[in-house]
Design a protein around this ligand. Structure first.
Ligand SMILES: CC(C)(COP(=O)(O)OP(=O)(O)OC[C@H]1O[C@@H](n2cnc3c(N)ncnc32)[C@H](O)[C@@H]1OP(=O)(O)O)[C@@H](O)C(=O)NCCC(=O)NCCS
Length: 171
């Protein structure tokens, strides 16, 4: 007689989103910035002075009611981060600005980045944002495609001219 195997189904444990904790998350979020900054600003190197400045900004933002930071956590490891802030522009009093978004490579293309965006956008609409903005680099075609997929349109374009003979690949 065939043995009957009893398999306990484990609860689904997908990544979860929670508020950023300066004490628990700072070091990992700093590690994420190597790819965010060096991947979007070719030629830029994340160094100690950048890390010090970024740490100071994170400390300030974590205590600012006009800013919100979420992390994505999977099996007690940080696998994503998003940072948004409410600000005013010349023409809008209340704009949500997405400062930073990152998901770990193994979660790209899975919808987890969109969950982070949904979370920060929900927070911004709750803050009565008239619109939500972000900046992207054309070198990061994946990020640009990601934002377009989520409904973002290009509103302003930064145009650049270099001296003749300059390396066109150098930023
Ligand atoms: C930017 C980021 C958050 C997007 O998350 P993601 O999970 O990779 O995004 P998605 O896969 O949902 O969407 C990317 C889209 O671009 C497409 N894409 C992938 N590579 C591409 C490329 N080289 N050129 C154009 N489109 C590309 C994908 O197919 C996908 O579209 P689809 O869902 O219609 O197939 C993530 O890639 C990331 O963390 N990157 C490193 C940090 C970073 O650069 N952050 C952005 C700073 S502006």
């Amino acid at each position: 007689m065939a043995a009957i195997r009893f398999e306990r189904s484990l609860p689904q444990t997908g990544p979860t989103i929670r508020r950023f904790s300066l004490r628990k998350d700072l070091e990992t979020v700093l590690e994420f910035q190597f790819e965010v900054y060096e991947g979007n600003f070719p030629g830029f190197r994340v160094d100690k002075s950048f890390r010090d400045d970024y740490t100071r900004d994170l400390r300030r933002a974590a205590g600012d009611p006009n800013e919100m930071l979420y992390v994505l956590e999977e099996d007690r490891q940080l696998v994503g981060f998003i940072w948004g802030a409410m600000m005013a522009t010349l023409v809008d009093d209340r704009v949500g600005y997405i400062k930073n978004v990152y998901v770990a490579p193994h979660l790209r293309g899975t919808g987890e980045a969109q969950r982070l965006m949904d979370a920060i956008e929900d927070w911004m609409w709750d803050q009565d944002a008239e619109k939500i903005m972000l900046d992207a680099s054309v070198v990061n075609a994946r990020a640009v495609a990601f934002y377009e997929k989520l409904g973002y349109d290009v509103e302003r374009v930064r145009m650049v001219k270099r001296p003749s003979g300059a390396d066109p690949n150098r930023w």
